[in-house]
Design a protein around this ligand. Sequence first.
Ligand SMILES: *Cc1c(COP(=O)(O)O)cnc(C)c1O
Length: 215
Amino acid sequence: MSLDLIRNRIAAACTAAGRDPASVTLIAVSKIQPIDRVEAALAQGQRVFGENYVQEAQGKWPDLRVRFADVALHMIGPLQSNKAKAAAELFDAIHSLDRASLRDKLAAQAQSRGASPDLFIQINTGSEPQKAGVDPADADAFIASVRASDLPVRGLMCIPPEGQDSRPHFRELAAIAARNGLAGLSMGMSSDFENAITEGATHIRVGSALFGARG
Ligand SMILES: *Cc1c(COP(=O)(O)O)cnc(C)c1O
């Protein structure tokens, strides 16, 4: 468990960028990690966790939340529309809002529950055909439509194409957020979170660098 190391790297990247470390939230991505690693992070004070699968999170977190009531859970993986209800009940934030059908399901949940997770809209900055996310050309219109549905849009999320320099993608995400008046930027993973901090990330999603390899 290298939580202290990651915290130090975040602090160093913030100092270099002239940013307050408190402006960056570390999301510890605990998908498919042994439970003892998750408990070790909790014991060291980590309280914000990311999960990719609704079912896995449902199996893991209700028990842990009895002991750690102040945990915040972020859904970062692709979300099927038929899991929208379960996700809205379990998660404090969803980073993978990427299409109208999911928007409408989440809006219906928000109506009936009188509450909604914080939402990040996923942008497919690389316009990769196989990847989830709204195409950058459609981003402004989709963001407006989510706001018009009375949903709490906090920011944008991206997963840059593998094997490419992430920084142009981080900059594009930041530009789309800025012109839409959005403060949240969910970007940066184990291999590139320092660059993401340089480009303005408010939420970094770090799994393997923190917990070790998965599975
Ligand atoms: C798994 C995952 C991460 C964490 O990836 P690491 O490279 O292990 O840090 C971050 N974001 C998303 C969307 C993921 O699916």
